[in-house]
Design a protein around this ligand. Structure first.
Ligand SMILES: Cc1cc2nc3c(=O)[nH]c(=O)nc-3n(C[C@H](O)[C@H](O)[C@H](O)COP(=O)(O)OP(=O)(O)OC[C@H]3O[C@@H](n4cnc5c(N)ncnc54)[C@H](O)[C@@H]3O)c2cc1C
Length: 385
């Protein structure tokens, strides 16, 4: 990425996000004014390829963009980068007539696309998906309920995982947000990421053209595309951790302990040294996973690698699992470091702890990450390294 673009992201973060913790923590209306200003600054949906009118940044570059945005506010960053999941689905599994206008709209209009997979009884066990589709003439008709979906109310297009009402076929189907029968039931009152909009949504006999179905098995399409958003969720932990580090240094420089600033204390130095090391390893794992995925996506673009076959990447699973754990350790150290002040709403650490928690939960919890790594990369001896 050009240094100039990263500088623009940093400038945006400083001007629009950092220090507005109370506002972002207050469940602001969607889409936020800051999301519109990200678009005005030419930074929304920065990964959309040049041929669709986007800035065409790689995922490896996106790790740094997300680290910057989440330094300011993780909920804002989550809402801004999550459309990468739907974009990859459209670009690699959608027919050109469906994908091109949708991707151009994201690049030019700065809007959002939402992905609706999880249900009340089918979060990690997506084979239990109960939302169905049936064929009616040249249309597909969807019925069901999705428990969690981020960006749905602000999105122009919803990509919905559904199973056939007739057989065991799963599909991802593109449903325009204004399709009759799409109903947002509620917005979740989240513990963290409160500036992102996450909703419960119902589909009641929603009819769309049969051409709105993406190619391939819906479960596999989702799995392959989740690599990108899982890496960027992990990158969010890097940004939150960097903010905790900087707040800790600011506090310790001003806080006297035994006649000297806390920042000169050896115990404090050890904590910050450990934090910095974890941040480096987190960032490196995110970049390595993103570079691997960039290579696969480029090959898939030129008709080479079959993303559908590759499925989930061990590097992406490792990034999400490790960043969730190391990030949580940093948040925990941070929450103790500010003394009593850190246990009040006058200090942002409480929000940062709540924001950090999501890294280990959303798009698969730690047990799921470990289970996937074990079953895909340890049990088959040829996959071990
Ligand atoms: C803020 C937020 C935004 C979200 N946005 C979206 C979105 O845009 N689109 C979308 O589709 N979903 C979204 N989700 C859903 C999210 O991805 C799921 O909640 C998450 O994957 C966890 O799934 P689950 O809630 O079904 O819990 P589960 O994964 O079922 O976990 C429940 C319990 O079961 C245990 N468990 C699960 N699997 C295993 C296993 N293999 N071995 C042992 N124990 C296991 C877990 O450890 C846990 O204790 C969002 C959720 C949140 C909170």
């Amino acid at each position: 990425m050009t240094a100039e673009l990263l500088q623009r992201v940093k400038d945006f973060t400083e001007a629009e996000l950092t220090g507005k913790d109370e506002y972002f923590d207050g469940l602001p209306e969607q889409p936020t004014a800051e999301a519109s200003r990200l678009h005005e600054a030419g930074l929304a949906n920065w990964w959309i390829p040049h041929r669709y009118g986007g800035a065409g940044l790689s995922l490896e570059d996106s790790v740094d963009v997300v680290s910057e945005l989440s330094y300011g506010d993780a909920g804002f960053a989550f809402g801004a980068f999550l459309p990468v999941l739907g974009s990859i689905m459209l670009q690699h599994f959608g027919d050109e007539e469906l994908a091109r206008p949708a991707l151009e709209a994201l690049a030019v209009g700065g809007g959002r696309v939402a992905v609706l997979g999880s249900e009340e009884e089918a979060g990690s066990e997506l084979v239990r998906t109960a939302t169905t589709f049936r064929t009616k003439g040249d249309q597909l008709v969807l019925t069901g309920e999705k428990y969690f979906s981020t960006n749905t109310d602000a999105a122009g297009l919803l990509l919905v995982l559904a199973r056939s009402s007739e057989d065991a076929d799963f599909a991802i189907i593109a449903v325009p947000r204004d399709t009759p029968g799409v109903e947002v039931i509620k917005r979740w009152d989240l513990l963290g990421l409160r500036s992102a909009g996450t909703y419960r949504v119902r589909f009641d006999d929603c009819a769309v053209p049969a051409a709105n179905r993406l190619r391939g098995s819906g479960l596999r399409v989702l799995e392959a595309s989740l690599n990108a958003s899982r890496i960027l969720i992990a990158a969010c932990a890097v940004g939150i951790a960097r903010r905790i580090r900087d707040l800790a240094m600011e506090y310790a420089t001003a806080k006297p302990l035994r006649g000297a600033p806390l920042s000169g204390n050896a115990v404090f130095a050890g904590k910050l040294g450990q934090m910095e090391t974890s941040i480096d390893v987190m960032r490196n794992q995110c970049r390595a996973a993103a570079a691997e995925l960039d290579g696969l996506l480029a090959a898939a673009d030129s008709g080479g690698t079959d993303l559908h076959r590759v499925g989930t990447l061990r590097s992406a699973l490792a990034a999400k699992l490790y960043c969730g754990q190391a990030g949580w350790d940093i948040a925990s150290t941070g929450s103790e470091l500010f003394g009593g002040l850190g246990y009040t709403r006058d200090h942002p650490i409480g929000k940062l702890v709540r924001d950090m928690r999501y890294v280990a939960i959303v798009e698969g919890g730690e047990d799921i990450m470990r289970d996937l790594i074990y079953t895909r990369f340890v049990v088959p001896a040829r996959k071990r390294r």
